[in-house]
Design a binder for this molecule. Sequence first.
Ligand code: ATP
Ligand code: MG
Length: 316
Amino acid sequence: MLAPDELGPTLCIGEILVEIVADTVGQGFTEAQALTGPFPSGAPAIFIDQCGRIGGSAAMIGTVGDDDFGRLNIERLHRDGIDVSAIAVDPELPTGSAFVRYRPDGSRDFVFNLAHSAAARIGWTDPVRRIIDRAAHLHVMGTALAMTPAWPLIDDALESVRARGGTVSFDPNLRKELITDPQIGPRIQRVMAMTNLLLPSEAELELVGTDPERLFAQGISEIVVKRGAAGAIAYRPGEDPVASPAFVVEERDPTGAGDCFGGAYVACRRLGLTVQRALDYASAAGARNVTFIGPMEGAGTRAELDAFIATTERRT
Ligand code: ATP
Ligand code: MG
């Protein structure tokens, strides 16, 4: 039901940034401390990296600065098989960044440089036009819906990908409390109206509607709910739900699990795997990623995920 992989790449549009992670658990950044990074990051970039790494055809649209943080990201995505031709390099602004420190209760303190970074300079270029015209699947990452300059590109890509018989997946990836921009509601509605595959977390279901039957009536044909350490479950119209019990892992850095899960799931479905197998790879991708420090450091190749699945216990 998703456009097959050979029709053209999965495209993701949005922020590319580096993440710098505090070595210790505690409260924020008001004193000097040990940090590790920079790591390549940004939810859309993590998604597309896992999508390419597992063997899916993949392309990314975003903007970085003319600096090492930008080069680090482009090199990683390129290494993992992503088409980076539509990643622009802004000559003035630095690459976006996020400093993150975990608190003892698992919540996070952030210092972001996004709105005034190269990431916010995303916009039309010739390579952007070309990649949108070649994409067979668009993955919309909710974080990018809060980036006003990204919206015209996403809106155009929704239309052109669907017009060519391509498909759309959507990870809301937005917390209710973060939605202050009055434009975001209508953007979510527009994306939902074009979505084939929905990939919400349990909390995000409240944002888009909790009743699968109502979502199916809107044209969505597959809903995969991410439930953190409780695993994941897929719903399709007229079929029994398919569950994937979580793998038992030691969580070292939870950032990026949902994005890796989505990237693996979309790639596997587009490569023709069944819902059950795609769900198992996606759960493995999410679980493996939380065992690595850095938001996309644990993104796995198919061989790495096969090895992980073969050697990791699952919850019963
Ligand atoms: P985020 O947006 O913060 O990256 P999310 O809410 O979109 O996260 P999660 O449910 O946290 O997504 O993680 C996605 C999937 O990864 C889960 O459904 C599960 O399969 C796997 N996963 C995540 N965390 C763990 C964990 N601690 N143990 C085992 N599996 C996990
Ligand atoms: Mg998420």
